[in-house]
Design a protein around this ligand. Structure first.
Ligand code: OSB
Ligand code: MG
Length: 367
């Protein structure tokens, strides 16, 4: 695969409603799109970093810098026999996972077009539809949250994730559970608690949650192991798992019973597959997490979610959960109860809605 040209775009997409986590309130979703040209095709990938280093240490500007000054010159410097070879050539770069993941995704997208095969088939997918759920942000009151749960259930979602933080946890969880006793319910704290909150977190045990996601610090796998022995709700790690080695250590310590895999957080789809395979061997269930992706990242994450050990519903909701209008047409939609169809054809370029893409593009540069 010879890459002839690369294009980088900075997008800003208005969210239909603000999305609040324990670390930020977002009203717009900004991201970068990487476009690579080669072999007569074009491939696209998404950089999922935020504008500020609140989820991990990366920002869209650090990603732009890594891409412009290091990764794009390297990808243009010689032909690549496979995407795996590209991954091996960038392994010396410390961290900067989201920057690397965006370019790697574009290479996968291009590679799938060259091969005439979908990403799902290239990666060993076993499902044509995957179960997905919605993630609901922190709200000022139950009056604002409950109609959103109701709307999600009415649309067909069977799994709902509630964002929690100290002061917004037991009450919303208890009320949602009381009203929807059979809903698949889980919570995500994005590191808002400390080990001293263990007895408080143990009170979540009464609500039959699927899991509690990343209750403690973003880089911790030690306190999580202690916490896991103090609560019955299964602990799922998100922020603290960035490599297959860190995943192995966490499972060895007993820090998590379930792993959330986000391609951006772990440096791309190669690493996502490695973590998925390791968890499969260890009989640890996985699910595909989300970063409010545009249609580009959303379609590719659906392909990843078709792999065998993604046995829990992913954060890959329909486009309209976040966007009045996505940059792809057709958008990602719920097909049957709580499920989305996995793309069967290679390449996302054919689905781009260019009018909408230009409307939300703030900056374009080419190399
Ligand atoms: O922790 O999973 C998270 C969004 C931004 C940053 C972190 C997280 C999230 C979500 C959204 O929960 C999931 C989605 O894309 O639907
Ligand atoms: Mg999370």
């Amino acid at each position: 695969m010879q890459i002839d040209r690369v294009e980088l775009r900075w997008l800003s997409m208005p969210l239909r409603t603000p999305f609040e986590t324990s670390f930020a309130r977002e009203t717009d979703k900004d991201c970068l799109l990487v476009r690579v040209f080669g072999e007569g095709f074009e491939g696209w990938g998404e950089v999922v970093a935020m504008k500020e280093p609140l989820y991990n240490e990366e920002t869209l500007k650090t990603c732009w810098h890594l891409l412009e000054d290091l990764l794009i010159p390297l990808v243009l410097s010689r032909p690549w026999s496979s995407v795996e070879e590209w991954c091996a050539a960038t392994r010396h770069v410390r961290r900067n996972y989201m920057a690397r993941a965006g370019l790697e995704a574009a290479l996968w997208d291009l590679h799938s077009l060259c091969q005439g095969r979908s990403l799902s088939s290239l990666w060993g997918g076993v499902r044509s539809r995957v179960e997905v759920g919605i993630s609901l942000g922190i709200e000022a009151s139950l009056d604002e949250l409950l109609p959103q749960v109701e709307a999600g259930v009415a649309e067909g979602y069977r799994r709902i994730k509630l964002k929690i933080k100290p002061g917004w946890d037991l009450e919303p969880v208890a009320e949602v559970r009381r009203r929807w006793p059979s809903l698949l319910l889980q919570v995500d704290a994005n590191s808002a608690y400390r080990l001293g909150d263990a007895s408080h977190l143990a009170r979540l045990d009464d609500f039959g949650l699927l899991l509690v996601e990343q209750p403690l610090e973003h880089d911790d796998i030690v306190d999580h192991a202690t916490l896991a022995r103090m609560v019955r709700t299964p602990i799922c790690l998100d922020e603290s798992i960035d490599t297959v080695d860190q995943c192995r250590r966490a499972l060895q310590l007993g820090s998590a019973a379930i792993i959330n895999i986000k391609p951006g957080r772990v440096g791309g789809y190669c690493a996502s597959r490695d973590i998925h395979s390791f968890c499969l061997e260890q009989r640890v269930p996985c699910w595909v997490g989300g970063m409010l992706e545009t249609g580009v990242g959303r379609l590719q994450n659906l392909a990843l979610a078709s792999l065998p050990n993604f046995t829990l519903p992913g954060d890959i909701s329909a486009s309209r959960r976040y966007f009045a209008r996505d940059i792809i047409d057709p958008e990602v939609v719920l097909e049957s109860v709580g499920c989305v169809r996995v793309p069967e054809v290679p390449g996302v370029a054919q689905f781009l809605d260019w009018g909408q893409l230009e409307r939300v593009t703030l900056r374009v540069e080419r190399w």
